[in-house]
Structure formats: structure tokens, C-alpha cells
Write a protein of this length. Structure first.
Length: 305
């Protein structure tokens, strides 16, 4: 289970989820009429090698039992990744169109937007994550010949530390409007750490700033206990993502920020998929994850009247 002082790199614990998510994005982008395509996701997965790379390069029959190919979990998870990628891509493009030139990606992982989005001149993208993760990203993309399309600045810091000071030391200006991105992060924070994160964002946001946030409702207690229980194949009970999350009630961004004067728009992922003309896969209680667990929130701090 998670602890407040645990550690990881790109291949372990929370860090390994970045590779798993990249593999899901890569697979989803190969489907018919994909909602989004992230060509750099494949670059990361191939560089890491192992069973995830086999999903892209090997005989599909050899990996048909992999969780990312399973109908009960994998197909819905691929759909989730493709849809949220599109949502947050559109959010950042809209922020840039509004003149925001400062973007902060918290727990950036293997996010490739600083390399693949068509940023206007003058945009600085700050990526915050542990140094091991940032090193892997930079070294992998440099070796593959890819360069950022924005002024990209790495901020090597654990978000459980004083990350705002580290961000400001890298050139961040709290007096300028900012577009914050909080994607695939909150479930890996305790409820208390999440509130502290929100408080820091609020403190560092000039009028006109905005934030896009992904949230997941807690899994039912029985489902969570089943997912994290030891099995014959995994006596330590550490074989899936459920043991990496804090499955506890927490503040809702769509209420937390408006309580402090921001506006908020909340979109359930299932509704977003319907809007895009995509079916929502049936729920399998044994799989735990389902797109209906996810909602996407965009909040904005109004300009002075």
C-alpha cells in the first residue's frame, strides 16, 4: 500500500503507471478514428521495452491476455486515456488562444504536450515530477530526435515537498495568468495532500488563471478490498493499480474552487464520450475501473470587474 514517504522511479510504484498509461494511449491511437493520437507514447514504451513494448511490436495473440487488451478493463481504460487526452489538449489550446503563456503540468510523467502541441510563441511549459521520471523523458525524446515546441522547463521535485518554491526558482511568475494541468494525479495523493495542492494552486494563481483537473470517485469498499487482496499468483497482493491509490473520500474540485470565487465546469467522462459519439463500455464490477468513475473539471479565476 501507499505511504506518505514512499519512493519510485519510472519502472516502480507510481512511476510505472506513467508507462502503463503511455501504452494505453499508444494502443488507443491505433484504433479506428481515434479521439486523440500521441505518437510519442510509442516512443516511450519502445524505449522502456518489456511486456508493454510487446503490446506494440509483437504478435497480438501473444499479448491477448494482457490487462490492456482485456474487454473488462483494458478497452475501457484505453478509451478513458484517449478521451481525457483530447479534453486536456483542447483545454490547453484554448488557454493559449486566450493569451495565457504560462503552463504548469503537475506530476507530468510521460506527458508529451510540450513536444507535440502547436504552442504559440512565448509559451513556457513547466513540467513537475521526480527527477528520475523527467530524466527518462528527456533522454528518450532527445535520442529519438524530438525537440520541444514550447519553452520547456523541468522542475525536479516531489509534489509532497515545497514544489511552489522550486517552480518559482525555475522562472514561474505567480503574477501572470497560468494554465494548470492536474491529470492522473489526485488518486495518488492523500485527501489531505490534495487539499494542500489545491491551496497552493489557488495561492499561486493570478486573475485569469485556470486549471483542468481529473477526478475519480472512490471505489466501493468491497471492490477495493477484492482488488487489493493477495492471490495465489500474487501473495503480496501488489499486482495492480488499486494498491497505489488512496481510495478515500476527498474534496471535489468543482466545489472547492467555486467556494473561493472561481467558476467551475464539471464533465463526467461517460457524458463526454457520448458527446463525442463514442459508446461507454459496460461496467464489470470485478475490474474496478470504469469511465463512469471519472470526471473532468475546468475552473477559472475571474479577472477583476
Amino acid at each position: 500500500m501507499r505511504s506518505d514517504k514512499d519512493n519510485w522511479d519510472i519502472n516502480t510504484s507510481v512511476g510505472s503507471t506513467a508507462l502503463f498509461v503511455a501504452a494505453a494511449r499508444a494502443l488507443a491511437g491505433r484504433g479506428p478514428e481515434p479521439l486523440s493520437v500521441d505518437p510519442l507514447a510509442e516512443v516511450f514504451v519502445r524505449a522502456a521495452g518489456g511486456e508493454l513494448a510487446q503490446l506494440l511490436d509483437g504478435d497480438p495473440e501473444l499479448t491477448r491476455d494482457h490487462p490492456l487488451r482485456s474487454p473488462d478493463f483494458g478497452l475501457g481504460f484505453q478509451q478513458h486515456q484517449s478521451a481525457r487526452t483530447r479534453y486536456f489538449d483542447d483545454y490547453l489550446k484554448a488557454a493559449a488562444d486566450k493569451g495565457i503563456r504560462q503552463v504548469v503540468i503537475l506530476a507530468a510523467g510521460l506527458d508529451s504536450r510540450a513536444y507535440r502541441l502547436p504552442w504559440p510563441a512565448g509559451v513556457t511549459v513547466y513540467e513537475l515530477d521526480r527527477p528520475q521520471v523527467l530524466d527518462f523523458k528527456r533522454e528518450t525524446l532527445t535520442a529519438a530526435g524530438h525537440s520541444p515546441t514550447a519553452n520547456r522547463r523541468e522542475v525536479a521535485v516531489d509534489l509532497r515537498e515545497d514544489w511552489l518554491s522550486a517552480l518559482q526558482q525555475s522562472g514561474f511568475d505567480p503574477e501572470s495568468p497560468t494554465a494548470w494541468l492536474v491529470e492522473g494525479l489526485l488518486i495518488y495523493l492523500s485527501p489531505e495532500a490534495q487539499d494542500q495542492l489545491f491551496e497552493t494552486i489557488e495561492k499561486a494563481s493570478a486573475p485569469g488563471s485556470r486549471a483542468a483537473i481529473e477526478q475519480m470517485t472512490p471505489l466501493p469498499a468491497e471492490t477495493y478490498e477484492t482488488l487489493t487482496a493477495p492471490t495465489e499468483d500474487d501473495p503480496e497482493g501488489a499486482n495492480n493499480w488499486a494498491r497505489l491509490i488512496y481510495n478515500a473520500p476527498r474534496s471535489d474540485a468543482a466545489q472547492w474552487f467555486p467556494d473561493r470565487g472561481w467558476t467551475a465546469t464539471r464533465t463526467d467522462l461517460a457524458d463526454y464520450l457520448h458527446t463525442l459519439g463514442r459508446p461507454v463500455p459496460p461496467r464489470d464490477p470485478a475490474a474496478g475501473f470504469h469511465p463512469s468513475n471519472i470526471n473532468l473539471v475546468t475552473v477559472e479565476r475571474p479577472e477583476p470587474a
